[in-house]
Design a protein around this ligand. Structure first.
Ligand code: ASP
Length: 491
């Protein structure tokens, strides 16, 4: 190791210790006969003192330090003189008297100052071009530390409940339903395309047919949507599926998972169970399927920078909304579509209603009956935003075919698009259901962030551009040829 300690580690107990630290020069203050630098790394800041004696060459070198130079220095831990202590930081009672200084790399003049406030005058566009500088700022790093800790807590909870973490393909099949797919041309199969998954929905259902029983995955999902609102073309889900469960089982388990994670990471108690409201009641009482009410407060937070570092949202108000309609009419396309997705089971009580519908009625946009069919789907709402969504699935091939019919998906189209799922269903599909959390949104709410971009390390802009790498970019003619692609002339 090039260092003996980190910049957040030393305190008065280390007095007189000889140490070697590495880090970035956060600031330099030249007081004539004495130079101070604040040395920063991910763990904190340590004050370093340079004196002209006994080693003037080290002192002269320190005079030339710039902000964000990377240095390695050797020195001795001393208590700070009385009256100069800084009780706000863990290293605030000591300083290092430098004996040796090595400049590992110097920094150019910075495009912006590395400030500790989360939101600064510097525009997000500039910050994202230089995200590596932005990430050196404490409140920014802390968001990702928090994300890491919550991810680990969710993982360890699910592991303790016998879930298996499994990875499903990113190079997948286009199943045009829901959002637009991102397509990837296949070199080995000219004229054919993979699609990046909008979610691992079909794969996780097939894992249930395979007897996996409890599955989870932290998974990237890709949706080529217009990036209105607070959306990203790629985002992360905590995706789960379970066999032999019903809604109350899943609600209770997910509540327990959240309570466990908040207990582990924040030391907070979460009031369980979360309120459970039917879609109809939510619409009648709150006029929204994403209701928010003070009575939903399940976890009280107060900003506690000393414990967690990152500022977190005052109260978190959770509620389940369930029994959504199964179908909604898409006026643009003139057809009924699934409110959640086509694999969601209707409520048992409404299957009869579904079976009684004649061929004509299933395409009638004014069909009262179709709009009355309820789904076994549910959303978890936090502070008026949907943070998770899922359903109990259809596991009967016949019922699945019927739903496809209503959705205007012919037998042939169904077998072309979803044939692999329907085939699997013929070999003993267990009753199953699941849910997926939009982790970026959840973490943005918890962190009190203005945008989900604040909790994504390298986010894209509203135009889908990565400001850091400048993707997407043009490619060489040779690459297109290999893919059997030809571009239209640009207008
Ligand atoms: N795959 C669904 C989604 O992405 C979630 C689920 O039904 O489990 O919304």
């Amino acid at each position: 190791m090039l260092r003996t300690h980190t910049c957040g580690q030393l305190n008065e107990k280390d007095t007189n210790r000889e140490v070697v630290l590495c880090g970035w020069v956060a600031s330099r203050r030249d007081h004539g006969k004495i130079i101070f630098i604040d040395l920063r790394d991910r763990y904190g800041i340590t004050q370093v003192v340079f004196l002209p004696k006994p080693n003037v060459s080290v002192y002269e070198k320190a005079k030339k330090l710039h902000s964000e130079d990377v240095v390695r220095l050797q020195g001795k831990v001393n208590p700070r003189p009385k009256g100069t202590e800084n009780p706000k930081i863990s290293t605030g009672l000591i300083e290092i008297t430098a004996q040796n200084l090595e400049i590992l790399n110097s920094s150019q003049e910075l495009p912006f100052e590395i400030e500790d406030a989360m939101y600064t005058e510097v525009g997000e566009d500039v910050r994202l071009v230089h995200r590596y500088l932005d990430l050196r700022r404490k409140p920014v790093t802390e968001r990702f530390i928090l994300r890491h800790k919550l991810n680990q807590a969710f993982r360890s909870f699910l592991n303790s409940k016998d879930f298996l973490e499994m990875e499903t393909p990113y190079l997948s099949k286009s199943t045009p339903e829901g959002a637009r797919d991102f397509l990837v041309p296949s070199r080995l199969n000219p004229h054919k395309f993979y699609a990046l998954p909008q979610s691992p929905q079909l794969f996780k259902q097939i894992l249930m047919v395979a007897g996996i029983d409890k599955y989870y995955q932290f998974v990237r999902c890709f949706r080529d949507e217009d990036l209105r609102k607070d959306r990203q073309p790629e985002f992360t889900q905590l995706d789960l599926e379970m066999s032999f469960i019903e809604e109350p089982d899943l609600f209770a388990l997910m509540e327990e998972m959240i309570a466990y994670a908040f207990g582990e990471v924040f030391g907070k108690e979460v009031k369980l169970p979360f309120p459970r409201i039917s879609y109809q009641e939510a619409m009648e009482k709150y006029g929204s399927d994403k209701p928010d009410g003070q009575e939903f407060a399940c976890c009280a937070f107060s900003a506690n920078p000393s414990k967690q570092g990152a500022e977190v949202q005052e109260s978190l108000r959770f509620a389940w909304v369930f029994d959504f309609p199964l179908f909604e009419y898409n006026h643009e396309e003139g057809r009924w579509q699934a409110c959640h997705h086509p694999f969601t089971s209707p409520k048992e009580e409404d299957v009869e209603l579904l079976n009684s519908l004649g061929d004509k009625e299933v395409t009638d946009q004014h069909s009262k009956n179709l709009s009355r069919v309820r789904a076994r789907s549910y959303d978890l709402i936090c502070n008026g935003q949907e943070i998770a969504s899922g359903s109990v699935r259809i596991h009967s091939p016949d019922l699945q075919k019927k739903i496809f019919k209503i959705l205007g998906i012919s037998d042939r189209a169904a077998s072309r698009k979803f044939g692999f799922l329907l085939r699997a269903f013929q070999y003993g599909a267990p009753p199953h259901g699941g849910i997926a959390f939009g982790l970026d949104r959840l973490y943005a709410i918890i962190g009190g962030c203005e945008s989900i971009r604040d909790v994504i390390v390298f986010p894209k802009t509203q135009k889908g551009i990565c400001p850091l790498s400048d993707a997407p970019s043009g490619v060489e003619e040779r690459q297109l040829k290999e893919l059997s692609l030809k571009l239209k002339e640009e207008k």
